[in-house]
Write a protein of this length. Structure first.
Length: 621
């Protein structure tokens, strides 16, 4: 596994530079590998090589796990490291990086790609790709923000304990308490790293600090920190311990030890964080984009390449965004005519942005409607997919302590052992930020047939190496999510024209991202300029717009992956439909896209083109 880039990765050990993939059961469908040369190796030798490569990848995975208690916990592994946090130091980042590069060299030395089967040939290429993008990213490893409103350690530490750390035995509860005790030292290490980066010019804009401080105060408000109701973590600890089948005296002891850890370890560290955020806020520079950094231009170019898996420049991405904004505006005007609205497109935006009829009155009503849409979609999936996930899906509101700063919706993958379901989180902090019109598209993106279908499948198909099952290629993964929104239309959904307008609104949002992300980080737009662009060009409410722009500022380049990935998937599907005609099958096409898991867009294109050729050759026989 390559080094871990940001605060959450340092906390949890998630392999953010890994490659997400699932097993490819149809070896003939795997594209991009050189054909085996006749006579090059014997069958026995080839079999030995393939078995040895799988063993090699498993050894790499075990080494990654040994260096990341958080990664273990994310995968549902509970062992002697269950009560520990990852080492967030630069020394550990360097060691992780060097381990990955040594593994690449060892793979090249031990294995010849031509002697491998198709599955392993693709794994060979993807392992090379992972190491290469890690190489490109490594020089910029100190450019990430440790504390921000999106992935900041101040909220991710407690979120990890609440959502990832499972408790089904006394030893699990003891590990939970151990992690509580470790929050103080862990947070102090991260504060020191943040302070050093800030002193070197890597500092969040002024407006970020109130979010971080608010999160910190939310985490440490309530019992046992004061006389209020139980704080989020204390309530979680009590709930998890209370469900254990152990004597009450042992439960009381665990809760008392956890309480002491929160008072003596957590509280002082969070107070230090608040003080450090005050120090940094006083020295925050003007400007919002990473162009402010001494290596900002090169850093942003690397981020765009990393997230889109293309060589598109910032200017090219900006123009793609502008072109698609114009296209989608045209589609929206058709819906205006359909519903009989008179006025300009901006008038229509104001109408759907401000009218109460387009928003829910209660959180419960929103969640119930989301559940209903997902259930209806689930029943329709077999008509369009040959492969379906086994893991269950749950829909949950974002926890109160982080809902003010968190994004509007996100997804968490299930564990391989089934101990944690896939989870679609909905942020219902402000219902006026969660349009009824967008509910359907948002559910399809995050749940079914979007992230849950794709990421649960990749977790469940275990024939491929772990590094392909538990990482991510953002352009593929988020491109699939956005593609799933439009696929819902092909499947017969969005029968309400306002819901269809919401679908276009979601696509418009991603097209605008191309414009504002490059505007902020390349063209030096201010936060206010970017907010105004979204206000002028989208129907989204003001709170939604501000939160989005603030996300793009602290997460440079990531937002560009969605539309770039979706456009490629749609291009490949249109190509397949045109060339195959009646031989085209949604189920088969989706298998080709899904069953090798997340891959760079170039490899995805190779796979689809190979599948098309194979289908045409079979038809010609």
């Amino acid at each position: 596994m390559p080094y871990r880039r940001n605060a959450f990765a340092a906390i949890s050990g998630l392999p953010l530079l890994g490659l997400m993939a699932c097993a490819a059961s149809d070896a003939d469908a795997i594209a991009g590998a050189a054909p085996q040369q006749a006579g090059e190796t014997s069958t026995a030798t080839s079999d030995d090589q393939n078995a040895a490569m799988l063993s090699f990848f498993d050894d790499v995975h075990q080494a990654d796990l040994a260096n990341s208690p958080g990664f273990k916990a994310y995968l549902g592994i509970r062992d002697e490291d269950y009560g520990k946090w990852d080492d967030p130091s630069d020394a550990q980042a360097i060691a992780d990086y060097e381990r990955g590069q040594k593994a690449l060299a060892a793979m090249h030395e031990q294995f010849a790609s031509a002697s491998l089967n198709d599955d392993n040939k693709l794994s060979y290429r993807l392992f090379e790709y992972q190491a290469e993008r890690s190489q490109r990213a490594f020089p910029f490893r100190n450019n990430d923000y440790i504390f921000d409103q999106m992935n900041g350690a101040q909220s991710q530490l407690p979120a990890f304990l609440i959502n990832i750390h499972r408790v089904s035995s006394k030893s699990d509860a003891e590990a939970y308490v151990s992690r509580l005790q470790g929050i103080g030292p862990q947070l102090e290490k991260l504060i020191a790293i943040s302070a050093e980066r800030a002193d070197n010019g890597v500092i969040v804009p002024d407006w970020v600090f109130p979010y971080v401080i608010s999160d910190a105060r939310n985490v440490t408000s309530g019992a046992p920190f004061d006389d209020g109701d139980d704080s989020p973590l204390f309530a979680d600890l009590k709930s998890k311990v209370d469900r254990l089948d152990i004597p009450q005296v042992e439960k009381d002891a665990l809760i008392a030890t956890g309480r002491e850890a929160m008072i003596t370890s957590m509280a002082p560290a969070y107070n230090k964080l608040i003080a450090e955020m005050g120090r940094q806020q006083a020295m925050a520079p003007e400007g919002d984009g990473v162009w402010r950094f001494k290596d900002g231009a090169d850093y942003y170019a690397e981020r765009l390449q990393y997230y889109t898996t293309t060589d598109l420049s910032a200017d090219e991405i900006h123009q793609i965004g502008l072109d698609n904004v114009a296209r989608i505006h045209g589609e929206m005007r058709k819906i205006m005519e359909q519903v009989g609205f008179e006025g300009s497109l901006q008038d229509f935006f104001k109408h759907v942005r401000t009218s109460d009829e387009f928003y829910f009155d209660t959180r419960e009503a929103y969640l119930a409607e989301a559940d209903a849409k997902i259930s209806t979609m689930e029943a329709k999936l077999p008509e369009y997919f040959n492969t379906l996930p086994k893991a269950p899906l749950v829909v949950k509101p974002v926890e109160a302590f982080r809902e003010k700063s968190a994004g509007k919706a996100f997804y968490q993958s299930p564990t391989p052992d089934g101990s944690r379901p896939g989870t679609y989180y909905v942020n219902l902090y402000n219902l006026k930020d969660m349009s009824r019109n967008e509910l359907e598209a948002l559910a399809y993106h995050e749940a079914l047939p979007g992230h849950h279908l794709q990421r649960a499948i990749q977790t469940e198909l275990g024939e491929l190496p772990p590094f392909r099952r538990f990482g991510g290629v953002t352009a593929y993964t988020e491109g699939w999510g956005l593609y799933s929104e439009e696929l819902g239309k092909d499947m017969g959904f969005y029968t309400d024209p306002y819901s269809d307008f919401g679908r276009f609104g979601m696509e418009l949002w991603r097209a605008c991202r191309l414009v504002v992300d490059t505007g902020i980080h390349h063209k030096r737009w201010s936060r206010e300029e970017a907010i105004q662009y979204l206000t002028d060009n989208t129907p989204n409410p003001d709170g939604d717009i501000r939160k989005a722009i603030e996300r793009y500022i602290v997460y440079p380049g990531q937002a560009t992956a969605y539309m770039i990935g979706k456009l490629k998937i749609m291009e490949l599907r249109s190509r397949a439909q045109k060339r195959l005609g009646p031989r085209f099958s949604y189920g088969d096409f989706h298998d080709v896209v899904l069953r090798a898991g997340p891959v760079p867009l170039t490899i995805l294109e190779e796979r689809v083109d190979r599948w098309i050729r194979k289908k045409l050759m079979m038809a010609a026989k």
